[in-house]
Structures are given as C-alpha cells and as structure tokens.
Design a protein around this ligand. Structure first.
Ligand code: GLU
Length: 327
C-alpha cells in the first residue's frame, strides 16, 4: 500500500515535471510574434494574415510563429509596438511620419525613436460616405448631421479632421460627432443611426461592401480642397476612389476624387534582426504568391514597397534589401 503510494507520487511528480518542462522547450525553439492590424472588415486584417501566412509556411526553418490581432488601427498599433505589446503593426504612412517626428498623436510623447520601417504595402484612400436620404452632397452638407470620424487609436480619425478643417468645418461644433470603430460604422449607417462616415482603407474592403450592400442607399462624397492639404502635409497624395469598379452597390455613377496615404508595416528596434529578416525575405522571395492574397495589392512592385516610409529601416529588413540590390 505504502509502496504504491510512493510510486504514484513519483509518477505524478514526473508527470508534473514533464508538463512544466514541455512548454519551455517548445518556446526556446519558437519565437512568437503578433502583427497588429485593424477592424476585421478593413484591409489591414487580411494583410496581417497574408504576411503571417508567408512566414508560417517556413516555421520549421525560421522557428517563427506569427499571429494576427484585430485592433483599433494605426495609432494603437504604433503605440503597442513601442510598448513591446506587439512585435509588428500595420500603420498608415502619415502616422508613421508623425510618430517618427513626434507630431499629432505623439506631440506630448515626442519622437518615437525606436520605431522602425519594414516595408510599405497597398495604397489607401480617405473616403467619406453618406446615406442618400440624408441629403449630403458635399463635406459642407455634414453640418448638423451625425458623422463618424473614427475611434481614437485609428489612423483615419486625423485624416477626417484634416479633410474637415481644410473645408472650414469643426468636428467639435458643426455636427454630432461619433467616434466609432470602423467595423461598427456600416451597420450604423444601415440602421439609420448615423448619416455619414469617414474611413481610410485599401480597396476593395469589406467595410464599403457592407456599407453599400444594404437597403439604405449610400454614396461616396468627393473630398474638396485637397490641394491645400497637399501643400500643408508632405505625406498626403492626390487620389481617386474607384467606386464604380469596386462597389457597384454605391449610388455613385462616377469615381470620386480624394487624397490618400499608404499602408506600411512597422516594428521596433528591439525586435531581433533575424525575425524581421525572415518576414521580409518570405514576402519578397514569394512576391507573386503574396500579391495574389488580396486584390488591393494589384499594383505593388518590390521597389514601391520601399517607398512612403519615414522611420529608419529595421536592420533586419535592410540586410535583405542590400542582399538583393533593392537598397
Ligand atoms: N487605415 C485604417 C486605420 O489605421 C485601417 C484600415 C484597415 O484596417 O485596413 O485606422
């Protein structure tokens, strides 16, 4: 009896040891990295998935396991990468610029010295949609309406504020402002709880498909006074949203002029070179496969993915670009 007891304790002890030891051994071999993205109906979320897919294919070779997290967007991602809560984040090029220089959301915190660029990805346009029955045909018509300018933590909130300011509107007093996450806005328009919404995203996106597929007719509103924005901010470029091609459910019969930025992948100087190198290498060596993972990547070239970045390149990324002559 006593013997059996001793034996089972020994077996149990051994089992506990085994349990305790096993995860430590696996972790020593595998580096887990998380990529912060955006709302699930945006393009950042599938983009994070596409990048993770490329590197996870070679899990045995690199010992890297990448996962994706849906987040509040660019500003959240940059801050989480700086805090060490995320290893990578997708962020608008204008937000990367501001964080690097200590502007806008980083005015109080100052320049984010450890922020590093990996590569840029698809183009994003700043768009405003409105319900047709709300009689909004220009930014000016937003006066007195219910408008989503985006959550704090998103990249697009500042784009909305800039577009409004360029047109003489103040979101604090000219209309009823909502600060909703992107994923909530299309449903709120369809339910009649808001009249209009801004969003900055690549195309096609689930967000605009959802917003234009419901019973309530929705249209894209042209963004005016873009020239004054271009003069003031170096990171904005003129753009056209291909509404007729991507969102046949929208009430527009023509494409809509606006301005835009680029989506970029950022990391921290503290993330090891070999991790960043592996991710860049897998995306660039399998470029054609990567490009097929989302229609927003159609126009991408390897060279274009090194443009639109303002933080210094991470040394792991630079190593690869130098090896293949891209830098
Ligand atoms: N550009 C948006 C932002 O940073 C996110 C777009 C997306 O998720 O595709 O707020």
């Amino acid at each position: 009896m006593k013997k059996t007891f001793v034996l089972s304790v020994a077996v149990l002890f051994g089992f506990v040891m085994l349990l305790g030891a096993a995860p430590a051994q696996v972790q020593a071999k595998t580096t887990f990295v998380t990529i912060g993205t955006g709302g699930i109906t945006g393009v950042y979320y599938p983009t994070g998935g596409a990048i993770a897919k490329m590197v996870n294919k070679k899990r045995k070779e690199y010992g890297i396991r990448a996962t994706v997290e849906s987040t509040g967007g660019s500003v959240f991602n940059i801050n989480a990468v700086m805090a060490g809560d995320l290893e990578f984040g997708i962020a608008q090029s204008d937000r990367q610029y501001q964080a690097t220089k200590g502007l806008a959301d980083w005015k109080d915190k100052g320049p984010q010295k450890d922020l590093r660029a990996v590569f840029s990805i698809h183009a994003e346009t700043v768009d405003l949609i409105a319900a047709v029955d709300a009689n909004i045909n220009s930014i000016q018509d937003l006066k007195g309406k219910r408008v989503n300018i985006g959550n704090v933590g998103s990249g697009y909130r500042q784009n909305a504020i800039d577009a409004l300011t360029a047109n003489g509107l103040d979101y604090k007093k000219d209309f009823h402002t909502e600060s909703l996450k992107a994923a909530e806005a299309p449903g709120m328009i369809q339910d009649g709880r808001i009249d209009a919404a801004f969003y900055t995203v690549g195309h096609p996106s689930g967000y605009y498909k959802e917003a234009t597929a419901g019973k309530r007719k929705v249209k894209f509103i042209p963004i005016t006074n873009v020239d004054s924005l271009l003069k003031k901010y170096p990171y904005y470029a003129k753009a056209v949203t291909l509404v007729t091609k991507f969102y046949p459910g929208a009430a527009n019969t023509e494409d809509v002029p606006t301005f835009g930025v680029k989506a970029t992948l950022v990391t921290s100087a503290k993330v090891p070179d070999k991790v960043v190198y592996a991710i860049v290498k897998e995306v660039f060596e399998n470029f054609d496969t990567f490009k097929k993972l989302h229609p927003a990547y159609t126009g991408l070239t390897k060279q274009s993915m090194l443009e639109g970045l303002s933080a210094p390149f991470h040394p792991g990324a630079l190593k690869y670009y130098k090896e293949v002559g891209l830098k």
